[in-house]
Design a protein around this ligand. Sequence first.
Ligand SMILES: Nc1ncnc2c1ncn2[C@@H]1O[C@H](COP(=O)(O)OP(=O)(O)OP(=O)(O)O)[C@@H](O)[C@H]1O
Length: 631
Amino acid sequence: MTVASKETLGFKTEVKQLLHLMIHSLYSNKEIFLRELISNASDACDKLRFEALQNDALFEGQSELAVHIDFDADARTITIEDNGIGMNRDDVINHLGTIAKSGTAEFLSKLSGDQKKDSQLIGQFGVGFYSAFIVADKVTVETRRAGEAADTGVRWESAGEGEFSIESIDKADRGTRITLHLKAEESEFADSWRLRSLIKKYSDHIAIPVFLPQEAGEGEDGETKQMPEAVNQAKALWTRSKSELKDEDYQEFYKHISHDWTDPLLWMHNRVEGKLDYTSLLYIPAKAPFDLWNRDKSRGLKLYVQRVFIMDDAEQFLPLYLRFVKGVLDSNDLSLNVSREILQQDKQVETLRSALVKRVLDSLEKLARDDSDKYQSFWEEFGEVMKEGPAEDFANKEKIAALFRFATSKSEGEKQIVSLDDYVARMREGQKKIYYITADSHAAASGSPHIEYFNKKGVEVLLLTDRVDEWMVGHLSEFKGKHFQDITKGELDLDDLADEAEKAQQKELEETHKQLVERMQNVLVEVNTVRVSSRLTDSPACMVVGQFDMGGHMRRLLEAAGQKMPEAEVTMEINPTHPLIARLDQEQDEDRFSELAELIYAQALLAEGSQLKKPAEYVARLNKLLLDLMK
Ligand SMILES: Nc1ncnc2c1ncn2[C@@H]1O[C@H](COP(=O)(O)OP(=O)(O)OP(=O)(O)O)[C@@H](O)[C@H]1O
């Protein structure tokens, strides 16, 4: 064996952090190292089979792919060997010295130092190869890329601290052999029974056989001979029939493909024959990944064609608003040499996508019907993403909207629990619209002056406080023929809600306060229109946005994001039945009138969550008034 150019390299900082964290937070879950390493070995075999479609020579005459596991209790070692794609020197440095995952820095910044919380997070991040260091104090990787010369083999070795060494070796067989030098206290893993049960538990669903030596009686020379024996079923899980699969099988397979280690919330396993011929196994995770909002995050399904692995993260089969769905699609229609570019143009992809979207939406609908607690937990994790749906998937917008849940003026607390169907069923007689308000917080929405009239009338209002809400409602515009109406916009059309006496009273109030409105209009230079309100009962005044203008909440969000917004029409409504407004109407001193009017205007701005342009002026005015009171 030639040994050349041994060098020692430092791990990238993020690897050091991850290793430290893993060793310290995962000790109660040690055994997952085997799942991770077998998972990588199986992926490596998948990749080889895929590349060999174009270049048969990569098999080097050996196309039976397998993982062999062995152990030596005396030496305290376990080896995991595959004859998959293998790695060359650059691959090894890139893959086993860094973490080539987008969002790594973000992930690390989220860690709290609390081991329990962090181990949850790290589970969502995916531990992968480095999990070997949970049980080993030294790891040796010997590997050679398929199709390359025997002397391009590489040995990588590390104690999982700051650095690793790398050297060239001869390796006759392609693929990767990983040797774990177990820590003294982890010697229990170097045991046939233990390994066998772990492989059964974690790797039964892997499509390639995983071998373990088996005591098989006397050999010719009288010694006990160990014959390797396949321990797992070695059949891709999704090709097996539903009836022979247990929940645990589905759960383990989910962990294999997703690298999430929390059990999934839901799965859908379907075989379709006919115009389209495919099998899909889709999962909805129980927990949102830490990087759900990271735009560069990889997403999509694992794509197989006739059981041959083609690619990870095939994005074309699901829309963005379902980016949290994980799973496998195995098509018998697509060609084996399909590429990402081809997928983008292929008409069948569109058809498959519609079918998969329908399947996910139908399953969620069923979950909401059958198990509202479970559905609620789904909504809390992924509701905000689902709200992107109406804009992205026009054809399904009504179906998607039926899955939405909201907090309303009638529901308890901040929880989003009311469906649009519930809302519509509870609509008051004569009510034609679905009323909503958007605000920065639940408290701001539920305490808004705009809602007073609706509370009085017993009309439910959706309280929308997620960032996407205003945009979402804009795309949705109606549900089951009922239009959405922002209660802070335009003149409140009370035709549906008010009775005759109320309408007459409103008219009268407008008539009798014409002069007051005019006076206020003259002193409030920032306000374009003052008018008598039909929506206020307890507050003296509120700000109103034009029916077709952008809502105040959205405007504030965009302004906070640095966008220059055009000046909007400023309309204020006053409530003449409020004692403050009545008092204002009586005020003869023009200066005091102006001061009071400014104060009422500033309060209306504050109540809707706006910032005052001159807060100091407001404070001075208020203090002056307080002092007058104390005289
Ligand atoms: N047995 C193997 N054969 C070939 N390449 C491997 C093997 N094990 C690991 N690798 C390479 O090392 C990379 C890093 O492995 P690691 O398990 O850390 O992450 P991953 O599998 O990419 O991601 P994750 O497991 O978190 O989804 C892999 O993507 C692969 O390229």
